[in-house]
Write a new protein. Structure first.
Length: 365
């Protein structure tokens, strides 16, 4: 049976959370710049095209990692529904409302001052409607990632049911569920064709939540072998890049769904690699020093990951509008945009975290 013990902070969870938010930002950076390299698609695609294709598919692992961490940290534990929802729901709702309203006003002001045309008019009705559309995820400019809030809210609402099941089950029952979930990953989200048997109850986000729980607690040798994890990552990366090329055109760059089988293989590899990284016995002081710059940086990014998720796309859009004419190449543009987006997001969040009351609503753990 599943057991739950309160434990100290686990570094590989922080590292996975940091990687998850960086992956999300990478996706949105390359989504913004991919139009610059579409013409590079040919019999022998350019290096820039391959970098963009790889990034837009492989780094889909960001959202799956967030979901898996929710499962790894919360499922199989003896908690009450009221306690779980009372703790989790306010932590995602308050930052969502705070940043949704605040950044909507920032975008409106920037659009007015710099002529970005992100809003058609500036009367009160248009401004309020813009904020409403932002919160309800109606594809308001610079707020595309806000769909995540509604998805994770629904996931939290169903998690108590899965938690009660897993709390009184063996890991074999989780394997049974994941077997059918993987079928939906293959058919629904990779082949884009329905499986003859309707598997609605096994599909999408909740499967990743159960997968995170399973990978944390399972003791199968293969899934706890870091070299096997590397093989999974390499195979998935090559497969996604190859099939992306086959399915792309000069007008569009194909990338895989976050629930596709190739992204699933990649995220399994990444999760298990981080979990078992200690088996490499790499004795590098800067990696292992809990008070060193490396671990402190990982902890800081992990701490502000939800806030970064909510603010980064607006920050990225604003930065891009000021740097896109710089005389630098495609790769340098993306690296610069990525670094500035992460850095500015962290500066804003860490600054606001010093302000009483405000620090409760910015998305810091």
């Amino acid at each position: 049976m599943s057991t739950a013990k309160k434990s100290k902070r686990i570094f590989y969870f922080d590292a996975l959370r940091a990687l998850a938010i960086i992956s999300v930002i990478i996706i949105h950076v390359f989504s913004r710049t991919k139009g610059l390299i579409l013409d590079d698609y040919s019999l022998y695609p350019s290096f820039n095209w391959l970098i963009s294709s790889f990034s837009l598919s492989f780094f889909r692992i960001g959202v799956p990692l967030f979901l898996m961490l929710s499962g790894a940290l919360s499922l199989g534990r003896d908690w009450e529904i009221r306690t779980f929802l009372g703790k989790r729901i306010p932590r995602i709702v308050a930052p969502f409302l705070f940043w949704g309203v605040t950044l909507s006003l920032v975008v409106i002001c920037a659009s007015y001052l710099f002529g970005f045309n992100w809003i058609d008019s500036y009367d009160w009705y248009s401004i309020l409607n813009f904020i409403y559309q932002t919160l309800m995820f109606y594809n308001t400019p610079t707020f595309a990632p806000y769909w995540f809030f509604w998805m994770i809210l629904g996931t939290y609402l169903i998690m108590p049911i899965f938690n009660k099941w897993l709390l009184h089950s063996e890991l074999k029952e989780a394997e049974y569920f994941l077997f059918f979930w993987l079928i939906t990953c293959i058919f629904d989200f990779t082949l884009k064709t329905p499986f003859p048997i309707k598997l609605t109850y096994f599909t999408s986000p909740i499967g990743l939540v159960v997968l995170g729980y399973y990978l944390r607690h399972n003791d199968r040798k293969l899934l706890n072998n870091p070299y096997f994890s590397i093989v999974l990552i390499i195979i998935s990366a090559i497969a996604m890049t190859y099939f992306s090329y086959l399915n792309s055109t000069i007008e569009s760059l194909y990338f895989f769904d976050r629930y596709s089988i190739f992204v699933t293989i990649a995220v399994i590899g990444v999760f298990t690699l981080f979990k078992n990284a200690g088996k490499f016995n790499i004795n590098l002081k800067f990696l292992n020093n809990p008070n060193g710059l490396f671990r402190k940086s990982i902890f800081t990014i992990a701490k502000y990951s939800y806030g970064m998720y909510l603010v980064h796309n607006t920050i990225k859009a604003l930065i891009y509008n000021f740097i896109y004419k710089l005389p630098i190449n495609f790769v340098s543009m993306n690296i610069l945009l990525l670094i500035l987006t992460i850095f500015v997001s962290l500066i804003i969040l860490s600054s606001l975290n010093r302000i009483p009351y405000v620090n409760q609503v910015i998305g810091a753990k």
